[in-house]
Design a protein around this ligand. Structure first.
Ligand SMILES: Cc1cc2nc3c(=O)[nH]c(=O)nc-3n(C[C@H](O)[C@H](O)[C@H](O)COP(=O)(O)OP(=O)(O)OC[C@H]3O[C@@H](n4cnc5c(N)ncnc54)[C@H](O)[C@@H]3O)c2cc1C
Length: 584
């Protein structure tokens, strides 16, 4: 199978490497390629860089990374390999995992040494199956250093902002550390001074910018990548989508880009990198590879329409993995009601589910999961339970006091009145468990019994049904000040509250099959010369298992690095008028 530029297509420029998609994977590939001396062109479908990475937490899972070792945390790629072998299995892509583990620290050090993309260790941040052999409790995850968006000048507006629900005061980003400082601002002078500085900076920003310019998490990552690309004058074509590949399984020599009504053929001597963010908003690919989700809800940016996967597939690339595994990386989400009348999705990642005094129930009023397990495992349990008892949506049940203390979804901790959230329908509160059950249409006897049992477990500190609070991960996200179990607390004082949650994917797991250098493979397992995929366009090396914090962005950057370096080492090609390549 092969495709070619059409007669009416405008002939465009010729470059070494064409990269499609200015998210985490695409910008990293473009950056490494330019650092390796290639002439690069980056095209981006939307008017802004960042993709879903811009709204992410920005954590990267890089076992054995130097930043954590230097901070005194011990970890190794060997331990991580043991861990992945245990939870992902010894399946077909073990060599890809080995390449990832071997290259991870090197790729991060390369970016740090040669660009403005710099990281800090997360420290304690347990793996998501923290009770398995080889799992790490600390030292495996890194996050980008906060970034000063003012360095981008007017191009700051080119950075996709985080979702509204992740900002306070209508535009201020706060990281996990900032949250505890803000909540404890009157508890120590240090906290008070830090918080006051953050607020003063934010107020000053708002005189000149549409939002705060102190960027953290995923926004800092993409802004750092973008800043580094700008400094090296890498051209980015905004509102320009890759629409066709030129070539076939015997080699890809360029692509056709669409900008407005025009189709422009671009030739690429060293190849094309597909990094268009996966197929979250492509109905047919979603139906084929993520059928578990029922009515689809996605955290991905709307411009991720599966173009990369569809284009690769269209010229004969293989989709992986072939054996059944989860096609998505999931999170429970609640549907928010924004002030302007629109709605959003709030991902319940780490702040509420593990805290003491919350249970999740299905339509039978029954628990179906250890609520403190990872967001992905929570949804997998929800999907499994739904096969026998309606569990989509599920409900998070707690006291109103819990909400005020720990926050619940989009309701930030410290909020005194919950009335506005009740009025909007986001939160349902009632004076008794029976009334709550009736208002959310779950079985009252079931809910009464679940709450009674949960209260018993809270007293003993042992969850006999699901083991909440038994793993390092559970306790990490629990309340360390709560005993005997940081994740178990009673639900006995009214008013009681319920919040509806649904499954949504935060990343795709299924994608184009590749080799260790992110070269896309055909159905016979042979690399298609000149075609690379990274980020969510590449099949995840985790095969649908959420191993730990940062398992999509970590591989996205590492395989972008491997792809760009492979392309740079590849013999250059002269490209004939008909799109055929000959070695120069
Ligand atoms: C709330 C949230 C938190 C998360 N936190 C983490 C985390 O901490 N760690 C982690 O590892 N993962 C996290 N993720 C997942 C992570 O954000 C994604 O896996 C990651 O962004 C994928 O990177 P990507 O480069 O493949 O795609 P993206 O970052 O989505 O970028 C894809 C880009 O391609 C563009 N594009 C699409 N089609 C075309 C086309 N035809 N031509 C040109 N451009 C195109 C899009 O507009 C977009 O800009 C999180 C996700 C969410 C929603």
């Amino acid at each position: 199978m092969s495709t070619a530029a059409r007669p009416g297509d405008t002939p465009g420029r010729e470059v070494d490497l064409l990269v499609a998609g200015a998210g985490a994977g695409g910008m990293a590939a473009a950056l490494v390629a330019v650092l390796e001396g290639l002439e690069v062109l980056l095209c981006e479908a939307s008017p802004q860089v960042g993709g879903t990475a811009a709204i992410s937490a920005g954590t990267l899972w890089i076992p054995g990374n130097r930043q954590s070792l230097a901070a005194g945390f011990s970890d190794s790629a060997e331990d991580a390999e043991t861990y992945l072998d245990a939870i992902v299995g010894l399946g077909t892509n073990r060599h890809l995992r080995a390449a990832f583990l071997r290259t991870g620290p090197e790729a991060i050090d390369y970016l740090e040494a040669r660009s403005d993309v710099v990281f800090r260790p997360c420290g304690r941040h347990p793996d998501y199956r923290s009770n398995q052999r080889g799992a790490a409790v600390a030292g495996r995850a890194i996050i980008p250093e906060p970034f000063d968006g003012r360095l981008l000048g007017r191009d700051f507006e080119r950075v996709r902002p985080p979702i509204d629900e992740f900002m306070i005061f209508g535009g201020m980003m706060v990281g996990k550390d900032d949250i505890s400082r803000l909540l404890g601002r009157y508890r120590s002078l240090g906290n008070f001074v830090q918080t006051s500085k953050l607020l003063a900076r934010y107020l000053a920003d708002r005189l000149s910018y549409s939002r705060g310019t102190r960027l953290v998490m995923g926004n800092a990552l993409v802004a750092r990548l973008y800043h580094s690309l700008r400094r090296r004058n890498v051209p980015i074509l905004f509102e320009t989508s890759i629409e066709d590949l030129i070539g076939g399984t015997d080699g890809v020599t360029g692509a056709v880009l669409r900008s407005g009504g025009e189709r422009v053929a671009v030739r690429a001597r060293r190849g094309v990198v597909l990094s268009t963010g996966g197929y979250a908003h492509n109905a047919s690919l979603r139906a084929a590879f993520m059928p578990e989700a029922g009515r689809p809800r996605s955290m991905a940016v709307p411009s991720n329409r599966g173009d990369g996967v569809a284009l690769g597939r269209g010229i004969g690339a293989r989709i992986a993995p072939e054996q059944h595994c989860s096609g998505g990386f999931w999170s429970p989400v609640s549907v928010t009601r924004r002030a302007d009348g629109s709605s959003g999705l709030f991902p319940h990642l780490v702040l509420d589910r593990a805290k003491p005094g919350l249970i999740a129930v299905n339509a039978a009023g029954r628990r179906f999961v250890n609520e403190a397990d990872s967001y992905h495992d929570f949804v997998e349990a929800m999907l499994a339970a739904h096969k026998t008892v309606p569990s989509i949506p599920a409900y998070l049940i707690c006291e109103a006091d819990f909400v005020r203390r720990y926050g619940l979804g989009a309701i930030h901790p410290g909020r005194r009145s919950l009335a506005a959230f009740e009025r909007s329908g986001y939160l349902v509160c009632a004076a008794s468990i029976d009334e709550l059950a009736q208002r959310i249409s779950v079985d009252a006897a079931g809910l009464r019994e679940s709450v009674r049992r949960a209260n018993e477990f809270a007293r003993t500190g042992v969850d006999l049904d699901f083991g909440k609070g038994e793993t390092e991960l559970n306790r990490f996200n629990g309340d360390p000040g709560h005993a005997p179990n940081p994740c178990l607390g009673p639900i006995e004082t009214p008013p009681f509250c319920a919040l509806q949650v649904w499954p949504a994917e935060i990343a795709c797991s299924t994608g184009l099959a590749t080799d260790e250098d992110a070269r896309v493979l055909d159905h016979d397992g042979r690399p298609i010369p000149g075609l690379y995929a990274c980020g969510n366009d590449m099949a995840s090396i985790m095969q649908g298992v959420y191993a730990g914090p940062g398992i999509t962005l970590g591989p996205a950057l590492v395989f972008a690095y491997r792809a760009a370096r492979h392309a740079a080492a590849r013999a250059g090609h002269a490209i004939e008028a008909d799109g055929k390549a000959t070695v120069a």
